[in-house]
Design a binder for this molecule. Structure first.
Ligand SMILES: Nc1ncnc2c1ncn2[C@@H]1O[C@H](COP(=O)(O)OP(=O)(O)O)[C@@H](O)[C@H]1O
Ligand SMILES: N[C@@H](CC(=O)OP(=O)(O)O)C(=O)O
Length: 774
């Protein structure tokens, strides 16, 4: 099966690229190979023509760099540079002529610009010809015949077909210049920017190729430009119609012009990546990937919007006819139209370089009406058109809502919208300054809305366990439709990204702006620190779209005013904060209390052992064992904070009590709690308490209590048969008495400390959050 290969400027950057291309051509024995100019060379040649004709000597340095670029590649490839040098002298001669004349027209522009393809093809030919005699170099000026519309010439297919059949020997490996052609008088023409794709498609049609393969620096067609949207998804199959829609709206992967010869003869076009040849690329054909209804988001930059308002004096039909015929006469290309018939107003989008002409013709068409204030015109410059395309666009209910509500949240204004009844696309105009954010947001609201993007700050014991748990359970969560994705994790100085890269930060603002620019849809900050500073920044994170999940107790124990501000901030931004691991690590204490409240139950009393450390200490009290020795043992076993006084002072228990008390509506602060501090408790004092409890068949416990609007914690002697007496090891136990659980309280008991159980608390919050968001 004959295949046409086309190699674009994006993969013609250096000698290595050319070696890779040569390998592919030789390995596949591919017969028809079309080449664009080296990367950036067409732009460079246009600049040379412009400078030289304006008598600007900058053209000389441009010529020099053009020469150096090509000659360096020749020398890197070990190719004799004599011929290339001669071609470069011709380019120099033309530019000197333009300089002398101080003028250029489009035919001269085509003459000079076409040398880009001549140079690149010659280099490739010379390189391949070093090892093979079966290589042919073809200048497409000798076989692609066009009219004389310089810079965008129209092809005479019949003449081209017979010239190509005469000239191209498909027994050989042909290296053919893309983009360039000649008119009936032999004058060089070009097929329009990005025209090499078209050359490839024409040859595909002429030689009834089985496939046209366009080699690129990307692995295929993606759901958005992967250079803008880093998480764009590669499309495996896309229909000609869908691709045409994307190309019309600015997708550069394959030019619109190139699609038509392929469509007419049903020749599949495959987009493949030179740098990843194991990837099969994207197939553009009559078939599409049915499951993927929406294929992508694309944009046309540098457009202007003209709004023409008519105050209904003319009939709407007559008004539109006049507008379009005026614009049509001036040969201006209308890219998008949006009409509001009730007001007889119409918005027309044109390329920015055509806006002045468009305004001029409309002004002259409606001179009288404008003078009489029947018609008014206003113009918005610096616009871009964004389009979402795919075969299911027309019948995707809610799609526009999803797109526009996300743009609304990001304060991006839509200046005009267009969608047909059976359209393959929705297109709309936005300010160019918002373009990249807009494309990312739309992309992510369509393709990434099933994923919760987790930023973990704090990579200590808990943070590391959370990361491990998210990663090891990933598949399990995915099967349940929940995609928890870690987008970064940070210590106090640096953020590490999944790509292996990292960046240092000195303020949380830097982290926020780094991740906000990705414009993902669902963000969550997982605060695994005990930092007050990070908590002080929560509101900024929330304002920028983050939800919060945290085992850090500092946020819920801020002084009440600050705590309320945080709650309001969550409410205003419609974001969530989950904090199961604040109390009892993974034990479902917070969620149970929340559920009870949500059901209308009333919490009368909460009592329990809230500290794993203090639980361990009092569980190990027995005759003949000193309190201070048990504290030492707890420390040796890693059950205490690095400084055990942080546990003994009762502050950790106080925070937990305050968190629960606020949940059930107490408007109190830490200073309102009565907490027994054990830092200075002596062995004798504790033994005395232990002994007298023992004698009364009671057990000593450090118990927290929330009741009657107050919260406190102290050592209590509880009955030996009370649930609080039954704890072991580092257990937490919490007994909740409510309006409904009034005879026998609801009791939750289990391990209340440790990295893994805390991580469970965090991850269970993430799942709850995901179930709300997704
Ligand atoms: N949806 C998309 N999928 C893949 N690439 C895209 C998409 N939209 C824009 N691009 C851009 O198109 C570029 C390739 O086009 P171009 O530079 O014209 O290639 P060439 O010079 O090889 O013809 C890619 O590098 C990529 O940045
Ligand atoms: N070199 C021409 C033709 C072309 O098709 O190039 P590329 O394949 O790099 O888009 C241009 O830049 O317009």
């Amino acid at each position: 099966m004959l295949e046409i290969y086309k190699f674009g400027g994006s993969i013609l950057k250096n000698a290595d690229d050319i070696r890779k291309i040569a390998d592919i051509i030789i390995k596949d024995g591919n017969k028809i190979n079309i080449f664009s100019a080296l990367h950036g060379v067409t732009d460079g040649l246009i600049k040379i023509a412009e400078y030289a004709s304006k008598k600007d000597v900058k053209y000389i340095s441009e010529i020099d760099s053009l020469r150096d670029y090509h000659l360096k590649i020749c020398s890197d490839l070990g190719v004799d540079n004599k011929e290339i040098g001669e071609i470069l002298i011709r380019v120099k001669d033309i530019s000197e002529y333009l300089y002398k004349e101080g003028f250029y027209d489009l035919s001269l522009l085509d003459l000079i610009v076409g040398y880009g393809e001549i140079l690149s093809s010659n280099i490739v030919y010379l390189f391949l010809a070093k090892d093979s005699s079966n290589i042919e170099l073809i200048d497409a000026k000798n076989c692609i015949r066009t009219d004389s519309t310089f810079t965008s010439a129209k092809v005479d297919f019949e003449a081209t077909s017979s010239l190509c059949k005469n000239l191209v020997n498909i027994g050989k490996i042909n290296i053919i210049t893309g983009f360039i052609a000649s008119d009936g008088e032999g004058r060089p023409t070009t097929l329009g920017r990005n025209g090499s794709d078209y050359t490839a498609a024409l040859l595909g049609k002429i030689f009834s190729a089985g496939k046209i393969v366009i080699w690129k620096d990307v692995d295929g067609v993606f759901t958005a430009n992967p250079k803008i949207v880093s998480n764009a998804i590669q499309i495996s199959k896309i229909s000609y119609k869908e691709m045409s829609e994307l190309s019309y709206f600015g997708n550069k992967v394959v030019s619109l012009m190139a699609l038509s010869p392929a469509i007419s003869d049903d020749i599949p076009i495959c987009i493949r990546g030179l740098y990843n040849i194991t990837n099969e690329g994207t197939l553009i054909s009559s078939k599409t990937d049915e499951e993927m209804g929406i294929k992508g988001i694309t944009a046309i930059e540098d457009v202007s919007l003209i709004n023409i308002n008519s105050f209904n004096i003319l009939g709407i039909g007559e008004f539109l006819k006049q507008v379009f015929s005026a614009i049509n006469k001036a040969n201006i290309n209308i890219i998008m139209i949006s009409q509001s018939s009730s007001e007889s107003s119409i918005s027309i989008c044109v390329r920015s370089d055509e806006i002045n002409e468009a305004i001029r013709v409309i002004n002259s068409e409606f001179t009288k009406e404008i003078r009489e204030n029947i018609i008014s015109i206003d113009v918005k410059n610096n616009q871009s058109i964004v389009a979402v395309a795919g075969f299911k666009i027309a019948n995707q209910s809610g799609l526009s809502g999803k797109i526009f509500s996300n743009l609304g949240l990001a304060n991006i204004n839509i200046n005009a919208i267009s969608q047909g009844l059976c359209a393959m696309s929705i297109s709309f105009a936005v300010d160019s300054s918002a373009l990249n954010l807009c494309v990312k947001l739309i992309h992510n609201s369509i393709f990434e809305n099933k994923c919760v993007n987790c930023l973990i700050i704090g990579n200590g014991v808990v943070g590391s366990s959370v990361i491990k748990m998210i990663n090891s359970q990933r598949q399990y969560f995915l099967e349940k439709g929940i995609d928890l994705r870690i987008i970064g994790y940070a210590n106090s100085k640096e953020v590490f990204l999944p790509s292996g890269e990292s960046f240092k930060y000195s303020s949380y603002d830097e982290i926020i702006s780094w991740f906000s620019k990705e414009a993902l849809i669902h963000y969550v900050l997982i605060d695994c620190t005990s930092s007050d500073d990070l908590v002080a920044n929560y509101r900024k994170f929330i304002d920028h779209g983050f939800n919060i999940v945290t085992p850090n107790k500092k946020a819920n124990t801020l002084n009440f005013d600050e705590f309320e501000k945080l709650q309001n901030c969550l409410k205003v931004n419609k974001k969530y904060m989950f904090y199961e691991a604040n109390v009892g690590a993974g034990l479902p204490i917070i969620s149970t209390i929340k559920d009870l409240i949500d059901c209308g139950d009333e919490i009368v009393k909460i009592e329990g052992i809230f500290s794993g450390t203090l639980s361990y200490i009092f569980n190990n009290l027995s005759n003949g064992v000193k309190f201070s020795d048990i504290v030492k043992m707890a420390k040796e076993n890693g059950f205490t904070e690095p400084d055990p006084r942080d546990d003994l002072c009762g502050m950790d228990v106080a925070r937990k009590l305050l968190i629960l008390a606020r949940m059930i509506g107490y408007r109190i602060n830490l200073s309102d709690l009565k907490i027994q501090n054990l830092v200075d408790a002596t062995d004798e004092q504790i033994f005395e308490m232990f002994d007298s409890a023992n004698k009364e068949n009671k057990t000593l416990r450090y118990v927290g209590l929330i009741e009657d609007g107050k919260a406190s914690a102290k050592i209590i002697a509880v009955d030996n048969d009370s649930p609080l007496a039954s704890t072991k090891h580092t257990d937490n136990i919490i007994s909740i008495t409510t309006k409904f659980y009034n005879k026998t309280p609801l009791v939750i008991r289990g391990a209340g400390a440790g990295a893994d159980v805390t991580a469970i608390g965090v991850v269970s919050d993430l799942i709850k959050l995901a179930n709300i968001l997704l």
